[in-house]
Design a protein around this ligand. Sequence first.
Ligand code: ATP
Ligand code: MG
Length: 338
Amino acid sequence: MAQPVFTPRVFSGIKPSGGLTLGNYLGAIKRFVDMQGSDFETIYCVVDMHAVTVWQDPADLRHATREVAAGYLAAGIDPEKSILFNQARVSAHAELGWLFNCVARVGWMNRMTQFKDKAGENAEGVSLGLYAYPSLMAADILLYHATHVPVGEDQKQHVELTRDIANKFNHDYKTDFFPQTEPVIEGPAMRVMNLRDGTKKMSKSGESDMERINMTDDADTIAKKFKKAKSDAEPLPETLEGLTDRPEARNLVNIYAALSDMTNAQVIAEYAGAGWGRFKPALADLAVEKLAPVSGEMARLMADPAEIDRLMARGAERANEIAQPILAKTFDIMGFVR
Ligand code: ATP
Ligand code: MG
């Protein structure tokens, strides 16, 4: 049987579970902007329904939802070229999410490393939503028949689960309705690490503010956080191999490379033998140079939340136009009488 041809389409999302970090910027938003206007239709979402898998104060959720949208816009997502919206406005996400809860297997969910990390010692006390969230994420992606999903490294396993869900659905219902989505994980900063512990990912919901750079941090704060960032006693090595077993050093080099659009090897060539007293201030200056225009624009946009809401509502209408026929066909394939 000839495989159907799917429109090249990108979907990705960010949770409004706190303020945006440098990890979100380098691992996600900056790359979303790069894919816009290429050969893809691009759909970017503020995935608010994922945020409530852990407790969110309602006022904070409203604020963070608008702030993530402002981050997208300030970094260069054009609401004409891309579809930009928040998930709760398109109810088809929740509907397809339920259907996929009935496709995904408990054994698959048990293998999700991010659940283990997030639940920690308290696996019995976390929400059922936190456990099921990868299946809602599969719905987010497959609701648009997205062919490509740019994400950071930490989301690779969830995109693979999305492929498993699409496969099982297609197999069980003898169809080729859902595509095999490709994760797009490339570049030097696919896993920006926590500044105080080079073995942990930088996260917006992490405990200490000193472990992350926020998109809204001012120049002094950025300089202070890099100055206090954990490093080691050695200067930067002469070759890339010299970064093996030096997680903190490698992380700071990765961040420099991603911010400057250089390769790690180019950064090492430029700073070979440099001590932290030279490299850290250079990194802080570079981060301020790149982030200040974005955070300035975010602040400007946040002064008019009604305009952000208007843009997201318009994006949701466009998202719905793609989502509704795909959801309806899914119901149909499964045999629902509607
Ligand atoms: P939370 O702590 O609430 O999970 P988060 O910072 O991990 O927040 P998400 O909303 O879960 O952010 O992820 C949004 C996108 O940012 C995803 O594509 C994810 O892979 C990417 N991302 C998150 N953290 C990093 C990081 N440290 N390095 C690179 N990419 C990241
Ligand atoms: Mg996360």
